[in-house]
Design a protein around this ligand. Structure first.
Ligand SMILES: [Zn+2]
Length: 241
């Protein structure tokens, strides 16, 4: 085992120790508030997401110009190592994310990477095809009502397998049929995959308020902003829709 891996495992063990948990859960909430907000942007959270994504996309595109896998990862790691990180001890006790992202379960769109943020900043709700599934909407209600999250971004992505399945007539399992049903319901004749992904993200954003009194009222009162976007795997860029 390499020393860096051993150190990481020791750190994880330390993080999970009863000593830490006892300290974290008994510390006064007021004392933990500043470190929890240490990385919170002072301005518009949507603009902050766009700016973080611009940094990631630049690194992603620069990495693509390198010839060797190690060089490409080095370019990425340099950018990913620069972002702010909330104190792990504060995160062990509480969370105060400043944006929620409802997106696909696709493994190629790690939120902390593509928005250049650390743990504790984004409340992630994920399901293949980023539909407005009941448990997901309820999770977003919690984020807005209990955590005070001021922004929900619904984000589709290029090459989405769930949207491709919705466009196809290939047989699916009963549960998968349920999953793609809301995607199929919003499609228009002639939609290709790219248009279908965008239409699905916009439709999901509309369904959040259509299906939740809590989110509709929060949006109407200005407590939460709801936006939709599309992430492109080739460029690393998130485009607002
Ligand atoms: Zn997907």
């Amino acid at each position: 085992m390499g020393s860096s891996r051993r150190e990481l495992l020791q750190w994880v063990s330390w993080l999970g120790s009863s000593w830490l948990l006892e300290r974290a859960t008994t510390a006064p909430a007021a004392a933990l508030a500043p470190p929890l907000d240490a990385c919170r942007p002072v301005g518009d959270p949507l603009l902050a997401l766009q700016q973080g994504n611009a940094r990631f996309a630049a690194a992603w595109q620069q990495a693509a110009t390198q010839h060797e896998p190690g060089q490409r990862m080095a370019v990425l790691q340099q950018v990913l190592g620069e972002h702010c990180q909330v104190d792990p001890m504060a995160l062990a006790a509480a969370q105060h994310p400043w944006a929620a992202v409802l997106t696909c379960a696709d493994s190629r769109i790690p939120l902390e990477w593509i928005f250049c943020v650390g743990a504790g900043e984004l409340f992630g709700v994920r399901s293949a095809g980023n539909t407005a599934f009941d448990a997901g909407v309820a999770s977003l209600e919690y984020a807005v009502e209990q955590l005070g999250v001021p922004l929900i971004l619904v984000m589709g992505h290029s090459g989405c397998g769930a949207v491709r399945a919705a466009l196809s007539d290939q047989p699916l399992s009963p549960l998968q049929e349920q999953l793609v049903a809301p995607i199929r319901a919003c499609l228009q004749p002639g939609d290709d995959l790219s248009r279908a992904v965008r239409r699905n993200a916009c439709s999901t954003a509309q369904q959040l308020t259509a299906g939740s009194d809590l989110l509709r009222q929060a949006q109407a009162s200005g407590r939460v902003q709801i936006a939709s976007g599309c992430f492109d795997l080739a460029t690393g860029r998130m485009e607002l829709l």
